[in-house]
Design a protein around this ligand. Structure first.
Ligand SMILES: [Zn+2]
Length: 118
């Protein structure tokens, strides 16, 4: 149960928020999107991004990101579930992350990643 005013969650059985005196509701209205694209540094409507790297390895991904950060290249990490290849149970590790950059940065990004041997 949730208070629609302060959005605090209460255990089932409580009918009213002790703080706001608001009647609790079953679910809060979803008025904001989950921050799934928080890593996006590209503005929407920009030129079509180019995938320069893809991995399901979180450690490698961190290396690639630090290389691009260090070079000042703006990138976008896009998650893609590998459906039907890996068992669903592997959860978070079941996703391939694509590193995408602006077309004008693609060559630089590829060159950097080649040099670092990733
Ligand atoms: Zn409240």
């Amino acid at each position: 149960m949730f208070c629609p005013k302060c959005r605090y969650e209460y255990v089932a059985g409580i009918k009213e928020c002790p703080g706001c005196r608001e009647a609790l509701v079953e679910e809060l209205a979803q008025d904001h999107q989950p921050a799934q694209n928080s890593e996006s540094k590209l503005k929407p409507g920009y030129s079509k991004p180019v995938t320069v790297f893809a991995t399901a390895d979180a450690g490698l991904l961190a290396v690639v990101k630090s290389i691009l950060d260090g070079a000042g290249i703006k990138y976008f990490a896009r998650n893609e579930l590998i459906q039907g290849i890996l068992p669903v149970q592997s959860g978070a590790f079941n996703s391939l992350v694509e590193i995408q950059v602006r077309p004008e940065d693609a060559d630089d990004a590829r060159a950097l990643l080649d040099v670092k041997g990733v």
